[in-house]
Design a protein around this ligand. Structure first.
Ligand code: TXA
Ligand code: MG
Length: 349
């Protein structure tokens, strides 16, 4: 199959392919999604095989309006109405109790709930409207790889496996939407942190809970995606949290072990160390968590094309989108931080 790249004036042609049961990747404000008609079982099945995604991990249904949600869910509560009025279109996925018989098990992973979101991207809203159906849209990467933030990333992972990509340029936020479970109105719970923070949600809801515990293989998780290792590049990632001295120690520690070090860090740090390490990628202006969130996935992907054997990555403050940045980085690093003990052992060498 030839994967065609559609420009923004070719949305109709892309929508036509969706109606025919083909897969089209679309841009959103978070990351690129892999679109298929949510009502077409064969099309949805193709999404899992193109991504190599475990079949018990349910999909997000992407809609183009608030009004259509009532067709798909058991009840649109006052709480849900307020959330949608304030945050849609935008990076907020809501988990509702699904209306029985609307979506297949392939969409919901066999759960009695369904994830729905309205993306904040004009071209993609037009695409959904032209297709005339809601679209499933997991991130358009090979399962286990960083989510794509450009059409090139999608092309790299899925060329030959999908009918087309609607090229909307680089995505704005760079990290996936916040997933909020509102099936229990008394306990709205964030299952995946994103650009929209607990504090943002608490401007509407009284109390928002956070459920980020790492689920074991045997447990039945609330967000089934939690049980898989995500966002993992080929090389090990180690998080460095601290001042310049800590970075010097970390670089020395790995270089003493004959590792080829890559730095994924703020602009200032990159400028300081480039030339002394194997490769560098800038996360942007120092202290800007917004810039870091936007560049994280592209950075992780960048190192796959370099000879580095370990990536040292910058920790940021967990405020605002920094919380989501650190959540994704900790997953990519399997929670591996450079520690004092490691730096002491390198001093003794
Ligand atoms: O920003 C985003 O949300 C992107 C863009 C493309 O819209 N999409 C995305 O989809 O990140 P995906 O499939 O990569 O992640 C969907 C997450 C998974 O962690 C999944 O387990 C969870 O949502 N999810 C889906 N349906 C669910 C449900 N009924 N209950 C709990 N979690 C659910
Ligand atoms: Mg994903």
């Amino acid at each position: 199959m030839n994967t065609k790249r559609f420009q923004l004036n070719e949305i109709e042609a892309a929508a036509k392919l969706l109606k025919q049961g083909e897969l089209i990747s679309f841009p959103t404000e978070t990351v690129y999604g892999l679109g298929a008609n949510a009502m077409d079982e064969a099309a949805v099945k193709k999404v899992y095989s193109a991504k190599g995604r475990p079949s018990d991990n349910p999909l997000i249904v992407h809609v183009a309006s608030v009004d259509e949600v009532e067709k798909y869910v058991e009840e649109v509560s006052e709480q849900a109405k307020e959330l949608m009025a304030n945050f849609w279109p935008g990076p907020l996925t809501l988990i509702f109790k699904t209306k029985p018989g609307v979506f297949s098990k392939t969409v919901t992973g066999g759960l009695t709930s369904v994830a729905i979101r309205m993306p904040d991207n004009e071209a993609t809203l037009a695409l959904i409207n032209l297709a005339g159906v809601p679209l499933v849209g997991p991130s358009a990467n090979t399962s286990g790889k960083p989510s794509p933030t450009t059409a090139d990333h999608v092309y790299h992972d899925l060329n030959g496996k999908i009918a087309g990509i609607l090229d909307g340029g680089e995505t704005g936020l760079g990290l996936e939407s916040t997933v909020l479970d509102i099936t229990d109105p008394k306990k709205p719970t964030i299952l995946r942190p994103g650009a929209l923070t607990k504090e943002d949600l608490e401007s509407i809801l009284e109390n928002v809970y956070l459920d980020q515990h790492f689920v074991t293989k045997d447990e039945s998780p609330k967000a089934p995606g939690m049980k898989y290792t995500h966002y993992a590049p080929n090389e090990p990632v180690v998080i460095v949290n601290g001042a310049d001295e800590q970075w010097q120690k970390a670089i020395a520690y790995y270089q003493n072990k004959d590792e080829k070090v890559g730095l994924l860090a703020n602009e200032e740090r990159i400028n300081q160390y480039k030339g002394t390490v194997t490769a560098v990628y800038s996360l942007g202006e120092k202290d800007s968590t917004i810039a870091a969130a936007k560049s994280l996935y592209a950075g992780l992907r960048f190192f796959e094309k370099t000879p580095v054997t370990v990536i040292l990555a910058e920790a940021y403050d967990k405020n605002g989108i920094g919380g989501a940045y650190m959540n994704r980085l900790e997953k990519a690093a399997a929670n591996h931080y450079f520690t004092e003990e490691m730096s002491n052992s390198s001093e003794q060498q």
